[in-house]
Design a protein around this ligand. Sequence first.
Ligand code: FAM
Length: 441
Amino acid sequence: LEPLYDRLHEILPKHAQDVKEFRAAHGGDTLGILTVDMAYGGMRGIKGMVTETSVLDADEGIRYQGHTLMELQETLPRGPGGQEPLAEGALWLLLTGELPTQEQTTLLSKELARRAELPHHVVQMINNFPAELHPMAQLSAATTALHSESKFAKAYASGVPKSKYWELTLEDSIDLIAKLPVIASMIYRNVFHDGRTVGTIDPDKDMGANFASMLGFSDEGFIDLLRLYLVIHADHEGGNVSAHTTHLVGSALSDPYLAYGAALNGLAGPLHGLANQEVLSWLTKFKTRLGEGDDWHANLTKQRISDEVWNTLNSGQVIPGYGHAVLRKTDPRYTCQRDFALKHLPDSDDFKLVSMLYEVVPDILLEHGKSKNPWPNVDAHSGILLQHYGLTEMNFYTVLFGVSRAIGVLPSLVWSRSMGLPLERPKSMSTPGLKAFVAAA
Ligand code: FAM
């Protein structure tokens, strides 16, 4: 990984120095007003942390190191025979801020393949999990158990200087990103296919192709979908639950395995990453109500969709896959997937259903009058693409999100350690304290 280290040794210290000078000049400038509602409202709108890898604009969506996802689909290196960008390219970009060459991307593919092996105790642990344990709980537990491999934790215990933290964080991060597809595939094969393994890692293939093979899929379309999936789910700036958790736990100098294990527990929540499973489950129940077996689409009308959406809302539940804490327009991650569907499965009935929902749901959410954003997010689309290629086990969908999210939030952790960011510790207040504060103001 020498070329990556060489670049990072040039980029990160320079950036840390730039931050130091910026803080010296503007450290006392204010970033906005804090209100009582913000304190109760999940800290929405508070500019209270720094994340260098990506920034989310409410209208435009996410940019990785300044690049939109559409741009990355054009510019990042692609896999052999494929049309979608490689996750390794996104990883290089998120780590360095620079678009990688094909050679740099291949270097990372080979490195990830080389580091993929799991320690025996983690293999044993995964094989001992009961099939009923949700795949996300298995993924987070196995990730946490990889703590045994942490180079950061070992070096910290032996007194490594602070200036070396980012290098050790990088080492652990690359190791973890390499091992996650293996863990995920083992969970998939154990829970849904009696533990029968199929593919192994080929050092000449990319992360998406190897992951697909270990899951048991060889279709070129699926491999390309997985590559796209790994890229678009990687990063969504710093405040979302999984990114923020990684940042928070990492700020205690817990190693990347412990920090990301914690993040996965947040990703497993239905308002965050589990929404992709919730969407599929909602669609499946709706289809069953529409008709027996494959006949459902004959009865699909906008009126039936509208009735179903209102029933869900009137029973006090959210419409999974719609709304967002920051976005105020259709999520470009949704649009990437819609474009993929238009290219590869335009005649799919499931795609037609998802497209009709897109036409119907926003108006209903606006009429319902609660959600600040009536538009679909990333999770509204991913499930039906996976279904199309035969990955039908919806309880597994968030695990795929978990493999991808590491590619964004761990580079962010590397940047945080290189800047020497401190333990995160915002001030909390009690209601009597807030009342006293506003009374005195
Ligand atoms: N269906 C029904 N009600 C919704 C809604 C939806 N899709 N989205 C928001 N609301 C409600 C929300 O529950 C809240 O109601 P209460 O005042 O009764 O608490 C109200 O509208 C205002 O919420 P908001 O300010 O618009 O959104 P939040 O920032 O509080 O929450 C989400 C954001 C994503 C949690 C919310 O939109 C939601 O629950 N969506 C469905 C779940 C989902 O798709 N999550 C995935 C988000 C995704 F991008 C990711 O993390 N992977």
